[in-house]
Design a protein around this ligand. Structure first.
Ligand SMILES: NC(=O)c1ccc[n+]([C@@H]2O[C@H](COP(=O)([O-])OP(=O)(O)OC[C@H]3O[C@@H](n4cnc5c(N)ncnc54)[C@H](O)[C@@H]3O)[C@@H](O)[C@H]2O)c1
Length: 356
C-alpha cells in the first residue's frame, strides 16, 4: 500500500509506519521550539507510544488539556495560547497536535492565530480524526455549545496517521469515528459503502482509513474554502450538529460527534428521498445499517423548535434558509438544497417512529 497521500495544498499525509517519516520531518524542520498538545487520555495512552518510536519527542514540552467536546471552547484555547507564550514559542516554533478531533481542531486553531500563525502538524489518535478531522484544513471551537462557531482555514505542515493508536480507543469512540467513514462512502463511493456494511465495525484496516482520507482529500482539493462541492461533506451535519449541540446543552452523558452525525444521516437520507430522488430501497438500506450500529437518541416533539433554531444558526445557511447536502443515490450527493421547516419536522418524525 502506498502510504503517502499528497494534498493539493502541498502538505503530505502519511499512513502507517509513521515513526521514520515523523523523525525525518522533525529533524529537517529546524524549529526553535516544539510543543506537543495532548488531552489527558492521549497523554496517558498515545504519548508514551510516540516517545518510544520517535526520539525527538522526549525533548518537547507538553501542554495537556481536559478531554471531551465540552472543552473545545475559547476559554480552554486561551489557556493553551497563554502556555504557548509561557513556553516562549516564537514564530519559528511547531505545535504537534496528538489527539482526536477535539485536540486537532483546538490545536490547529491555536497555532493558526498564535503570533499570526505558526506551523503545526496533526498526529490523529481517534478514528474520527484519522479519517476526517485531521484532513482538509478546517479548525474550530464551539461557542455556547454551537458547533465550530469560531474557526479558521489553516493547513497543517503534515499529517501522520498511525492506526496502532486505535488499540486503546474506547469502543464507543471507535464506532463514533465510523460515522464519518460511512458518510464519505455515502457521498462518493457506493462500493466502499457495500464493503463497510459487510464488516463488523472494529479496528479498521489502514486501507479503509486511506480510502476514506482519499475521498475527503479529493473533495477538499477541488474546493478548499467550501464555496461549492466541499459542501457535500456536510451530509448528515445540518441535523447532526443541531442534535449534538442540543445534547451538549441538555445531557450529562451527551451524544458523541459521530453518534449525532449518524442520526443526522438517517434524517437527511429521508430528506434525500423526499427532495432529491434517493430511491426508497437505498433509504431503507442506509437506515437499517445506521440503526443497527449506532445508539438511538430520544428526542420529543417538544424539542423540535429548539432543534430548528439551532439549525438556523448553522454556518452554511444563506439568509436564514436552512441548507442541506442531500444524496441523489448512494455514492452521489448534491448541495445547497433548501428544506422548509415542515420537511425537517417530517424527517425528525421519520427518525422518532423507529425509536418510540
Ligand atoms: N476539522 C474538521 O474537518 C472536523 C471534521 C470532523 C469532526 N471534527 C471535530 O472532531 C471532534 C470529534 O473528534 P473525536 O471523535 O476524535 O473526539 P475527541 O477528540 O474528543 O476524542 C474522543 C475521545 O477519545 C479519546 N482518545 C482519542 N484518542 C485516543 C486513543 N488513541 N486512546 C484512548 N483514548 C483516545 C479522547 O481523549 C476523547 O476522550 C468534534 O469536535 C468535531 O466537530 C472536525
Amino acid at each position: 500500500m502506498g502510504n503517502k497521500i499528497e494534498t493539493s495544498s502541498g502538505y503530505p499525509i502519511f499512513i502507517s509506519d509513521i515513526s521514520e517519516r515523523l523523525s525525518e520531518f522533525l529533524n529537517s524542520g529546524e524549529y526553535s521550539k516544539t510543543i506537543v498538545l495532548v488531552d489527558s487520555h492521549t497523554s496517558e495512552h498515545c504519548l508514551p507510544l510516540l516517545n518510544l518510536s520517535v526520539d525527538r519527542i522526549a525533548d518537547c514540552d507538553i501542554i495537556e488539556i481536559d478531554p471531551g467536546e465540552t472543552n473545545k471552547n475559547i476559554d480552554i484555547c486561551i489557556g493553551i495560547l497563554s502556555m504557548m507564550n509561557d513556553f516562549e514559542m516564537d514564530r519559528n516554533s511547531l505545535l504537534i497536535n496528538l489527539g482526536g478531533g477535539m485536540v486537532c481542531d483546538m490545536g490547529g486553531f491555536a497555532a493558526s492565530v498564535y503570533k499570526r500563525g505558526i506551523d503545526f502538524i496533526h498526529i490523529p489518535t481517534s478514528l474520527l480524526a484519522m479519517a476526517d478531522a485531521s484532513i482538509g484544513g478546517k479548525t474550530g471551537l464551539d461557542l455556547n455549545s454551537i458547533k465550530n462557531l469560531i474557526g479558521t482555514f489553516a493547513d497543517p505542515k503534515a499529517v501522520f496517521i498511525d492506526p496502532d493508536f486505535l488499540i486503546t480507543l474506547p469502543e464507543r469512540e471507535l464506532i463514533s469515528g465510523y460515522a464519518e467513514i460511512i458518510k464519505h462512502s455515502l457521498i462518493a463511493d457506493a462500493d466502499q459503502f457495500n464493503s463497510v456494511k459487510k464488516h463488523k465495525l472494529d479496528i479498521p484496516s489502514p486501507e479503509l482509513i486511506r480510502d476514506s482520507v482519499n475521498i475527503k482529500n479529493n473533495i477538499v482539493s477541488q474546493d478548499p474554502y467550501e464555496q461549492g462541492i466541499r459542501k457535500v461533506l456536510n451530509f448528515g451535519h445540518t441535523i447532526g450538529h443541531a442534535l449534538e449541540s442540543f445534547s451538549l446543552q441538555n445531557d450529562e452523558d451527551h451524544l458523541l460527534h459521530g453518534e449525532a452525525i449518524a442520526i443526522g444521516m438517517i434524517c437527511e437520507s429521508f430528506l434525500s428521498h423526499k427532495k432529491n430522488g434517493l430511491p426508497d430501497k437505498q433509504l431503507k438500506e442506509i437506515c437499517d445499517f445506521l440503526f443497527f450500529n449506532f445508539p438511538s437518541y430520544k428526542i420529543g416533539e417538544e424539542d423540535y423548535d429548539t432543534l430548528i433554531e439551532l439549525m438556523k444558526k448553522d454556518k452554511k445557511n444563506k439568509k436564514s434558509a436552512i441548507q442541506f447536502s442531500l444524496l441523489k443515490e448512494i455514492g452521489k450527493c448534491d448541495y445547497d438544497i433548501v428544506c422548509r421547516e415542515d420537511d425537517i419536522i417530517e424527517a425528525l418524525d421519520f427518525y422518532l417512529q423507529f425509536i418510540k
